[in-house]
Design a protein around this ligand. Structure first.
Ligand code: UD1
Length: 419
């Protein structure tokens, strides 16, 4: 097992550039499959989820080549319809190949996504959209088999604005005959980015002010070059790191507009954040928040564990209500081991700020929970040993490099079986 050793050392100082967005990279890499030609994806983060996606693409007969931060994807030789295997099973986003391959090849096999750490995460909406587009879907023992001789445009209304189901719907609809209308579609910036990418390739997609998406399928799609936006959750991680241990940092490419709600919340706590990415944190920050997570433009569930870590040492009592996933307070147990006062009841957590946390041996429960424990450890007294680095590597290129550039004492120890 790989683990991190983190020594709380007080305020952070320095500048940092945020890597490209994971949640935009994954659907866009799947989006390279719809249509012929080669796409060049720039600012594509070097993280495990992206590397697994590239592996899946290669297995499908797609040629991918990384040079520096750019990845070229040539889908002209695609020959396979099966997205099965260990890489596909361990990344949930392999479900995005459902829409892309159904659209491109008329048939697809994907692994059945199991339950996952942060909640049950069903895919009923993904399947509903594919069926509405005319696909026949068979849920087999460990996989999903879908086929369609010809997808045709349809009108669907999502029960909840699922990010993945919206993206799958878009990817299939660009290959369908006629117009598809997706009501109650997700509005996350990463969905917008997928649309911008496909429009650049020649797709016709329009979002009306009420959020409904209109997609006119079967437009000829061409090669393109597309640069991914900075990852707003990684940017939020470094904002929360400053909120946990104080200091003055600058995030050079802070995606301010896409982060309005979390930035406003952190400002209420007393964190100074300006449009140029200058962040000033004088501790202790003020808690006393009542926060509810929700679909964009609400507070992102992915930043919830990070804010939870910051609230542990903020003055006063706060409450977080998690409404997106049903099991997303696992970080609380680990934070309590570090001295935090957090009481979890169902999907609500009550936090009473303490003066400081102390170093401990803790385990990352999932990707963002792991990052939250890193932030907590940076602000804690003494040394923390954090297991489960593999989760963090799914979404952060090199969290040690980034935080060291802000003066943190954090090191990775690789290949140890026991800690
Ligand atoms: C995406 C993000 C993830 C983020 C989440 C919510 C990627 C790769 N991942 O995940 O980081 O936390 O959005 O912003 O972009 N649901 C159903 N049926 C479905 C699909 C979803 O009931 O078929 C429910 C889920 O259980 C959950 C809610 O809808 O309660 C939102 O999930 P969804 O937006 O689909 O999340 P993902 O696309 O999996």
């Amino acid at each position: 097992m790989n683990y991190l050793r983190i020594v709380g050392k007080g305020p952070l100082a320095g500048e940092i550039t945020v890597q490209g967005s994971k949640n935009a990279a994954l659907p866009i890499l799947a989006g390279c499959l719809v249509g012929e030609g080669t796409c060049l994806i720039e600012n594509c983060p070097r993280i495990r989820d992206v590397e697994d996606t590239l592996f899946i693409l290669n297995r499908l007969g797609v040629r991918t080549k990384r040079s520096g931060t750019a990845v070229s994807v040539d889908a002209s030789g695609i020959e396979n319809i099966s997205v099965c295997g260990p890489q596909a099973e361990r990344i949930r986003s392999s479900v995005l190949f459902l829409g892309a391959l159904l659209g491109r090849m008329g048939e697809v096999l994907i692994p059945l996504p199991g339950g996952c750490a942060i909640g049950s995460r069903p895919i009923d909406l993904h399947l509903e959209v594919m069926e509405a587009l005319g696909a026949r879907v068979f849920v087999e023992k460990e996989r999903i088999h879908a086929c369609a001789s010809n997808l045709r445009g349809c009108r669907v209304r999502l029960r909840v604005p699922s990010v993945g189901a919206t993206e799958n719907g878009i990817l299939a609809a660009v290959c369908a005959d006629g117009e598809t209308v997706i009501e109650n579609a997700a509005r996350e910036p990463e969905v917008e980015e997928l649309c911008r990418f496909l429009v650049l390739r020649g797709a016709k997609i329009l979002r009306t002010p009420d959020g409904t998406l209109h997609i006119w399928g079967k437009q000829p799609l061409s090669s393109t070059c597309f640069s991914l936006q900075p990852d707003r959750i990684v940017a939020g991680t470094y904002l929360c790191a400053a909120a946990c241990c104080g200091g003055q940092i600058r995030i050079r490419n802070l995606p301010f507009r896409e982060m309005e709600v979390p930035i406003e919340i952190l400002r209420t706590m007393g964190l100074g954040v300006d449009f140029d990415g200058n962040i000033r944190a004088e501790l202790p920050l003020k808690g006393m928040l009542q926060l509810t997570t929700g679909p964009y433009p609400g507070f992102p569930t992915d930043l919830q564990p990070l804010l939870l870590a910051a609230l542990c040492t903020a003055r006063g009592q706060s409450e977080i209500h998690e409404t997106v996933f049903d099991n997303r307070f696992m970080t609380a147990r680990q934070l309590r081991r570090m001295g935090a006062h957090i009481e979890v009841r169902g999907n609500r957590a009550a936090i009473t700020g303490v003066a400081f946390l102390h170093g401990e041996t803790v385990f990352a429960p999932d990707l963002r929970g792991g990052a939250a424990l890193v932030c907590a450890a940076l602000g804690a007294k003494g040394e923390t040993v954090l297991g489960g680095y593999e989760y963090i590597a799914r979404g952060y290129e090199n969290i040690c490099r980034d935080l060291k550039s802000l003066g943190a004492d954090i090191n990775l120890t690789e290949g140890v079986t026991d800690i």
